[in-house]
Design a protein around this ligand. Structure first.
Ligand code: FMN
Length: 212
């Protein structure tokens, strides 16, 4: 695939087909992600992938916790979005307005809760003992993994929702308390659900770039 095609095809997909991913492809995209740079080549990342019954167990637990009104307690602290600055909050409210005004999107929240019906989820961790820079490294790793997934015909969804209840991940995949769960990336094949037509724009390059 042309790089620009890969880059543009990687969008957040919020509903997946009921189709498993071969272990070979999963291994390939993780192997590709290992090309990501890291400080002192420390490669602080570890990856745990839930598939099949393990994935279903996590999805079941996620629904139960959400329905019980359990607050998220991700390993990385969450700041109130209104405190981030103007853009994230205005994006979020515009987005919620758009979703709310389209009656076919009423299951948008439900899509979050059922973890997008994804057949697989890759969780990326770094050791608690490593410096905060390891989070940077894990971010590079995550993006490389998602681009490789696209290049191999897969779709992905990185989300806070995926890691908001870390205990369900630890219990089902054996992630230790010595690791920080930095990202959860749902993987699979996009369904026809209209929710997947929902795309987001970017700021103009002029707005974010200074060259002197
Ligand atoms: C760290 C992180 C957390 C996110 N959490 C959520 C989430 O909980 N729910 C959701 O619907 N989208 C979530 N997103 C997806 C973003 O909204 C999305 O990446 C952004 O709007 C850009 O759209 P695109 O991924 O389609 O290019 C998250 C993205 C990132 C990088």
């Amino acid at each position: 695939m042309e790089f620009s095609t890969t880059l543009n095809n990687r969008i957040s997909i919020r509903d997946f087909k009921d189709k498993q991913i071969s272990k070979e492809i999963l291994k390939t995209i993780v192997s590709d992600a290992q090309q990501a740079p890291s400080w002192a080549n420390s490669q602080p990342w570890r990856v745990y992938i839930a598939t099949g019954d393990t994935m279903k167990e996590i999805q079941k637990s996620h629904i139960t916790k959400t329905e019980a009104g359990l607050k998220g307690n991700s390993d990385l602290a969450v700041k109130d979005i209104k405190e981030w600055g103007e853009l994230p909050w205005s994006n979020m409210s515009t987005w919620l307005d758009k979703v709310g005004s389209d009656e076919t999107m009423t299951d948008f929240t439900a899509a979050n809760v059922r973890l997008w019906n994804s057949p697989a989820m890759a969780y990326i961790t770094v050791p608690k003992t490593t410096p905060v820079w390891s989070i940077y490294d894990a971010g590079s790793f995550a993006q490389t993994l998602m681009l490789s997934a696209t290049d191999h015909g897969l779709d992905s969804m990185v989300a806070y929702e995926n890691i908001k209840y870390p205990d369900e991940i630890r219990k089902n995949l054996g992630v230790s308390e010595e690791e920080i769960i930095v990202a959860g990336i749902a993987l699979g094949y996009r369904s026809e659900n209209k929710i997947n037509n929902f795309t987001n724009n970017r700021l103009t390059t002029e707005k974010i770039l200074t060259i002197k």
